[in-house]
Write a protein that binds this ligand. Sequence first.
Ligand SMILES: [Zn+2]
Length: 170
Amino acid sequence: MARRNPRPEATQKKMLIPLKERCEQCGQPLWVAHHSHRTVTTLPGLWKLTLVVRQCIQPSCPRFHKPYRPEEEGVWALPHGEFGLDVIALIGQWRFQEHAGVPEMHQALLARGISIAERSVTHLMQRYEELVALRITDQQRIKARLQKQGHVILAIDGLQPDVGHEVRMP
Ligand SMILES: [Zn+2]
């Protein structure tokens, strides 16, 4: 079905580059495979993201030609999502703290200059509920896994822990 309102042009542009420069499996330098494009609507505006996708070119590597996408991509939006996580968070806040209805939230987003269909508001509200449910079950899953594993390797802000320098927790 065609969109009734065409999406406005992106007003801001950003290039996302993977932090990893070497393959996590074989340690060889990664090569740029291609650039991928996404348009994401956030509260401050519409962004056109150019993503640098890298790959390992070592034929014997288990990660041969598997894409390494920029780590930062996940901060912007859910996979295949057209709206930023900030829009989802705002809808969740309106819904669960202020008990706002979908038409009301739709109007409030339009008033902020965000071009969005009412059914997309419903869709994002459902994504918010899933993220909350996932966070709760994920904490239980992580706890169960840690108890089984007995230790954890800490990685901060997408930096890979150095092999041989793991921080072990009892
Ligand atoms: Zn590799």
